[in-house]
Design a protein around this ligand. Structure first.
Ligand code: NI
Length: 133
């Protein structure tokens, strides 16, 4: 495999985050960390297929944000066939953690997760999946 070099421009905060990521994960240099991040994300793209998968969607949000809880619930009802269960934790006065167990076609779960995470007020969101067929 041939190696190609290219320059990358980054905000200083992002570069610091990259360096932290590299040291936390014991990468010897930035290139190694960037390679791993890119391939991880490209592998994630492969999940946009017809395979039956199961996993979870983790969300952290501020429940004070207007209509947020309603939007999250409405969307989950739209995809009720995919949702096995959900658990809600009140983390503190403002923040909530919601873990939604899901099963279905990979591209549908990706779509659901993307739509949930895109709702204004959701501070963090992550979908994890495993093959389930
Ligand atoms: Ni809550």
């Amino acid at each position: 495999m041939s190696i190609v070099r290219f320059g990358v421009s980054l905000e200083i905060e992002l570069l610091e985050a990259l360096d932290n990521y590299a040291s936390e994960n014991h990468f010897t240099n930035r290139s190694q960390a960037i390679r791993q991040l890119i391939s991880k994300n490209i592998v994630t793209k492969k999940w946009q297929c017809n395979n039956l998968v199961a996993g979870s969607i983790t969300l952290v949000f501020n429940h004070h944000k207007r209509n947020l809880t309603k939007k999250l619930t409405d969307l989950q009802h739209d995809y009720h066939d995919m949702i096995l269960s959900s658990q809600h934790f009140h983390l503190d006065k403002d923040l909530c953690l919601e873990i939604i167990a899901v099963r279905g076609k990979a591209y549908t779960l990706t779509e659901l997760a993307d739509r949930l995470i895109a709702i204004k007020g959701v501070q963090h969101g992550k979908l994890t999946m495993s093959r389930a067929d």
